[in-house]
Design a protein around this ligand. Structure first.
Ligand code: ASP
Ligand code: MG
Length: 422
């Protein structure tokens, strides 16, 4: 049993769907489930639709029309025969949103968000599945909501693993013995059958859930890059593909902000010891990255950059020592304001923390901290995390920078810095 995941970039247009088809047609005939995201940037567009609907924008209908046109355009390119039942099927999916948009937006916003945004995946899988059938693949469209069971946390559904695994074993395994399954990433359902989503970019996670519950032999994530790179090409000239990664390193890289794989993806497959292959859908035969339990390969130094960082330093008002009681107090305020810490360092009389700069959160946090502490802060900083660092790699990223904070553990070095003023 194999699980393949194709993200939005791989199905952003008709040629993308054709390319996906040729990848499948070149596979040896193993049992296979394909997990697909919404096409291109449609999830962003659906979020925009939600916003205008809920907060009274005027162009709700226009945005929705663009979303429909985008999909019908691709469908028309792939399947010019309009008597194909997929046309009605896709139209009916849109009608449900039409009905929802006709009502006043008085349901809970996160609930409404999930009902609207989830149609991106529903429609993309309907189109891909119809095209694969037309090309002679024996496929079956599968509603992921019958299998991925979550609680009622809309926008960030928490998976009910027991029920999910049970349903997959009982009802999905027999289907996949007969046909290739085509299903949605990102979506699930509550015990009352309302649609939930698993959080933005959650399709990798969906694929990992399916792979784990199916006891798959491997999960392959098809991407528009040659594999996991040791840095984002946006920031780095000479990036290197990492041929082999351990689960642990993959989790660390995702945790520090490498955007290649959703951070929640690794744990479920690591628990079942299922290898994760990252492959390029543009060069399907190229080697890519294998993520496994093996840990005997040479580490490749990796760099993760984050801009727009804030750094605050917190001092007891009387300049007394920072003690555990202060730390507990400080952490609870970070928790209260939902500020996720990127780096931290304490000294005798101060505690410094860096995090992604969100002006509203920063202001509220400082207001609360200032009741008991003196607070200094900086914004507009950069954070670089180097996994498997050495002095040479540190020198490379700190050219023309002033280092403001540096934290090192055995394998990871984090540097908060800013451009040198010359
Ligand atoms: N379509 C969803 C998103 O863009 C899920 C995913 O692509 O992973 O966030
Ligand atoms: Mg996506």
């Amino acid at each position: 049993m194999q699980v393949f995941k194709f993200g939005g970039a791989s199905v952003k247009d008709a040629d993308g769907v054709r390319n996906l088809t040729s990848i499948l047609l070149n596979q040896p005939g193993a049992e296979l489930l394909i997990v697909i995201s919404a096409m291109g940037k449609i999830t962003d567009k659906l979020e925009e639709l939600c916003k205008t609907y809920q907060y009274g924008g005027e162009n709700t209908q226009q945005i929705f029309e663009e979303i429909k046109q985008f999909h019908f355009h691709i469908l028309n390119d792939l399947l010019p025969d309009h008597s194909n039942p997929v046309y009605d099927d896709v139209a009916n999916t849109f009608v449900e949103i039409d009905w929802l948009l006709e009502d006043a937006p008085d349901d809970a916003p996160d609930y409404v968000y999930d009902q609207i945004v989830s149609i991106g995946e529903l429609v993309s899988t309907k189109i891909v599945s119809a095209y694969l059938s037309e090309m002679g693949c024996n496929v079956k469209w599968i509603d992921a909501r019958n299998f991925i069971h979550t609680d009622n946390t809309y926008k960030e559904g928490k998976v009910n693993w027991e029920k999910t695994e049970q349903e997959i074993q009982k009802h999905l395994v027999p289907v996949l013995e007969k046909s290739i399954g085509v299903t949605q990433g990102f979506i699930g359902s509550t015990s009352e059958n309302f649609t939930t989503t698993l959080g933005r970019d959650g399709s990798d996670y969906s694929a990992a859930i399916f792979a784990a519950c199916l006891q798959a032999d491997a999960l392959t994530i098809w991407k528009d890059v040659p594999g996991v790179l040791n840095a984002d090409p946006k920031w780095f000239d000479e990036t290197q593909r990492i041929p082999q990664l351990s689960y642990h390193d993959a989790i660390e890289l995702a945790y520090y902000g490498a955007t290649i794989i959703h951070p929640k993806t690794i744990k479920p497959i690591q628990n079942k010891n299922i290898p994760l292959y990252v492959r390029s859908f543009l060069q399907p035969d190229a080697p890519g990255t294998d993520i496994t339990g093996l840990n005997n390969h040479l580490p490749v130094p990796s760099f993760i950059f984050k801009v727009n960082q804030a750094l605050i330093s917190i001092f007891p008002k009387d300049f007394s020592f920072i003690i555990e009681e202060n730390l507990s107090d400080i952490f609870s305020l970070f928790h209260k304001h939902k500020v996720k810490i990127n780096t931290m360092l304490n000294s005798a009389i101060s505690f410094s923390v860096s995090f992604d700069h969100d002006p509203a959160k920063l202001e509220a946090l400082i207001a609360d901290l200032s009741v008991h502490y003196k607070v200094k802060y900086n914004t507009g900083l950069e954070l670089v995390t180097i996994r498997y660092y050495n002095q040479q790699t540190i020198d490379r990223v700190t050219v023309n920078k002033n280092i403001i904070l540096e934290v090192k553990s055995r394998h990871t070095c984090q540097i908060v810095m800013r451009d040198k003023v010359v």
